[in-house]
Ligand binder design. Structure first.
Ligand SMILES: Cc1ncc(COP(=O)(O)O)c(C=O)c1O
Length: 286
């Protein structure tokens, strides 16, 4: 069963707070026509943002990459206002931001003098209890474009990958490019091999996950050896632990990986994942 998702009670659209059924954009908005927009999701633990600056910095990086002139940091206070307005101060929540290039008559070239469309809202999310979960996943070919570092609203390949997993009864789809794991359809990916944590290096093939960076920092602080090195699917026989990370995922261990209808991995250990989860909980709720 797929979880039921609810609309937020209020959204911020281009300077106004509106009920969702009163918030409209043009059919010529370029995010609607081309996926020509950037989004960001920031977690709020009991009303307090975690790594807000890092999320806004990534939003700014992505907007700069697609040459949309917009100052992401103008949204800093609005994010808290969204939490207040939807009375999520005492709950766990996240703030969704979407900045599209804006509305213009359809053309592949980027029109001049175009006004961005800005959408922002808060929604409740379960950030507790992830340490009690494990996920069974599939691994399939990474069919995304070559700029996965850009958090584009054009998520069709991610949606198709995730749906393939969910429809077959799995929780996530681990993506493989030329034999090497990149990341999950909506999560960053880590492997523990001979006690050393491995994750795909930053660059155009993965999103620079904010949770991923925090896990890398925790490894450094705990003196757990980590290398930013891609893991090949044939190396799974040597892998002891796999976990995925993300803003709403947190840190979840992978119990098994199925590839082309064959189980190619079953978790052998959990001690490194457990240590990282423990410190992550302290840092996000401390
Ligand atoms: C493709 C992809 N990779 C990684 C992540 C994790 O990023 P973060 O930790 O910043 O949420 C996400 C989050 O949605 C994602 O969609």
């Amino acid at each position: 069963m797929k979880p039921e998702k609810k609309y937020p009670s209020e959204v911020y659209l281009n300077g106004k707070w509106l009920k969702p059924d009163e918030a409209f954009i043009s059919v010529f908005d370029r995010a609607f026509m081309f996926g020509d927009g950037i989004y960001e999701v920031t977690p709020f633990y009991k009303g307090k943002a975690f790594k807000q600056k890092e999320h806004l910095k990534r939003l700014q990086y992505c907007l700069d990459q697609i040459q949309v002139a917009f100052d992401a940091f103008t949204l800093e206070q609005l994010m808290y206002e969204a939490i207040d307005r939807t009375k999520l101060n005492d709950a766990d929540a996240a703030v969704y931001i979407q900045v599209s290039r804006g509305v213009a008559a359809r053309s592949h070239f980027v029109p001049e003098n175009i006004q961005t469309t800005v959408l922002l809202y808060a929604f409740p999310v379960t950030l507790e209890g992830f340490e009690k979960k494990t996920w069974k996943v599939i691994a399939t070919e990474d069919k995304r474009w070559h700029r996965c570092d850009i958090k584009s609203t054009a998520l069709l390949a991610n949606v198709m990958a995730n749906e393939e997993a969910i429809a077959a009864g799995f929780a996530e789809n681990l993506l493989v490019r030329k034999g090497y794991f990149t990341e999950g359809s909506h999560s960053s990916l880590f492997f523990v091999k001979y006690g050393v944590v491995h994750t795909h290096p930053e660059g155009h093939k993965i999103l620079s996950g904010i949770t991923r960076t925090e896990v890398i920092n925790i490894c450094a602080d705990l003196k757990i050896k980590l290398v930013e090195k891609a893991v090949h699917i044939d190396e799974l026989v040597e892998v002891e632990e796999i976990f995925v990370t993300g803003t709403t995922t947190q840190i979840i261990p992978i119990s098994s990986v199925t590839h082309q209808d064959k189980k190619v991995y079953s978790a052998r250990k959990d001690s490194v994942t457990k240590k990282l989860q423990e410190v992550f909980i302290k840092r996000t709720r401390g």
